[in-house]
Design a protein around this ligand. Structure first.
Ligand SMILES: [Zn+2]
Length: 452
């Protein structure tokens, strides 16, 4: 790979010692080799004048159920119970490994186009080894960076999530797959566990899932504090059992109490706020951003489910700020920690990397880290003259303004176009045919699961 240098860019590094600066960034062998107002450029380097452009670390989405991507729009503006009924009960039992591959691939390519370079795929479609392999293959083929968070089967989801004498345990064959972690796509795809946790299941299942993940050296994520569950205080239950740790990523946290948020902070646990979907899908709960920050946790951000939420991070960053503002406007509550555009940019980048356990390698423009970059044109007609780069990106940013996207120094998008147009076409065609088949199958009434 030829060295690459961007010059004269607004560099929003997310590295505390570097801050924000106008200057150059040099990429050599997939890594950031240098950054600063003036950089040494090797003679062999390709040089790009990035005047009027901002460069940020590629966005990190810490929670997305990627297999659902082909079902976009299916539950837009519907409530959580409709989402559960449609996605889980109607389609969960119908998906084949081909459908899962198509959904994951489309999800990754769509995200890359908007500047998201890393996704934690919360994959609760683990119906057998061929499904795990299909997800893994899609994440490798998609060309982005991914964490495959291994969940439970979509065919048997209610039994897995039962709190009533739950005996469901993960099959041992998955250890072999999960141990392959670092070898998938040269370390670009790694593994974690999406555990059920005490609020979606029971304490015995939470303990068993966590022990299994930890025996494999994997980090875990769990959905918590959603209005969907009648069982609350899961964080306190984990604390009492001595199971809280910095390897845990708590997703949503909407109804999680202040005391529990502080417990999470005390143990170095991380959080993921899916502000867009939490606002757009009644029944999950209020975004916990402000409460998390007050408790000492700077959260990461996530898209969650594309049947409802758009694929990009701009919508989610704006939703975080809208939710905090709406809270003040409609409830009269004041927020002692006013969030700024710079805060949400950090949540969408370095905090996402931290929550994924990848901050040694990504999340900031730091020499030595992988060159996962999003280059954003601030001189678009719809963006120009906003007060500063962070305001411009967060308040006016769109996928169209993301002109270049690099993963480990490799262009996946360049000059506004995806570099592998044939792969995008294949993914679109596969997703369209998957969706058509799934709709036909649903109409025939096959595969329907009912809640127990
Ligand atoms: Zn979720």
């Amino acid at each position: 790979m030829r060295p690459l240098a961007y010059l004269n860019a607004h560099l929003l590094t997310q590295d505390q010692s570097l801050g924000e600066l106008v200057g150059g960034i040099l990429v050599v062998d997939g890594r950031i080799a240098d950054i600063g107002p003036r950089i040494q450029i090797p003679e062999t380097a390709e040089v790009v004048d990035a005047t009027g452009m901002a460069i940020v670390p590629g966005f990190v989405d810490t929670h997305r159920h990627m297999w659902e991507t082909s079902l976009r729009g299916m539950t837009a503006w519907r409530d959580y119970s409709a989402y559960v009924r449609v996605i889980r009960s109607e389609f969960g039992g119908l998906v084949t490994p081909e459908d899962v591959y198509a959904g994951d691939l489309l999800g990754m390519l769509g995200a890359l186009e908007t500047g998201i370079t890393t996704i934690r795929d919360e994959s609760h479609v683990q119906n057998g080894p061929e499904y795990t392999e299909a997800v893994l293959q899609a994440l490798v083929d998609g060309g982005g960076r991914a964490v495959l968070a291994y969940g439970w089967p979509s065919t048997d989801t209610y039994a897995w999530r039962s709190a009533d004498g739950n005996r469901r345990r993960h099959p041992t064959y998955i250890s072999e797959v999960l141990k392959r972690g670092d070898s998938a796509a040269g370390g670009r795809v790694t593994f974690a566990m999406m555990i059920r946790g005490p609020e979606l299941s029971d304490m015995d299942s939470a303990r068993a899932d966590l022990a299994y993940a930890r025996s494999l050296g994997l980090r875990s994520s769990l959905h918590i504090g959603g209005v969907e569950s009648s069982r609350h205080h899961g964080v306190a239950a984990l604390e009492r059992a001595g199971l809280l740790g910095s390897d845990l990523l708590f997703i949503h946290c909407c109804e999680t109490s202040e005391k529990e948020l502080r417990m999470m902070a005390d143990h170095g646990a991380t959080a993921s706020v899916s502000a867009y979907i939490e606002l757009a899908m009644p029944g999950i709960g209020r975004p916990a951003t402000g409460r998390l920050v007050r408790a000492g946790i700077r959260p990461s951000l996530s898209i969650d489910a594309e049947p409802t939420a758009p694929t990009d991070m701009f919508s989610t960053m704006r939703a975080v700020l809208l939710a905090e503002t709406a809270q003040q406007v409609y409830t009269g509550e004041s927020t002692p920690v006013p969030l700024t555009e710079r805060d949400v940019l950090a949540f969408a980048t370095i905090e996402g990397a931290r929550a994924s356990g990848l901050d040694a390698d990504i999340g900031s423009l730091t020499p030595g880290k992988a060159a996962d970059l999003a280059v954003i044109d601030l001189r678009r007609a719809g963006m120009v003259s906003a007060s500063d780069p962070a305001s411009c990106i967060v308040n006016y940013g769109t996928a169209n303004a993301v002109v270049d996207v690099l993963v480990a120094g490799r262009f996946v998008k360049r000059a506004g176009a995806m570099t592998d147009a044939a792969a995008v076409e294949r993914a679109v065609t596969a997703a369209e045919s998957s969706r058509r088949r799934l709709l036909q199958e649903r109409a025939s009434g096959r595969g329907r699961q009912s809640a127990r």
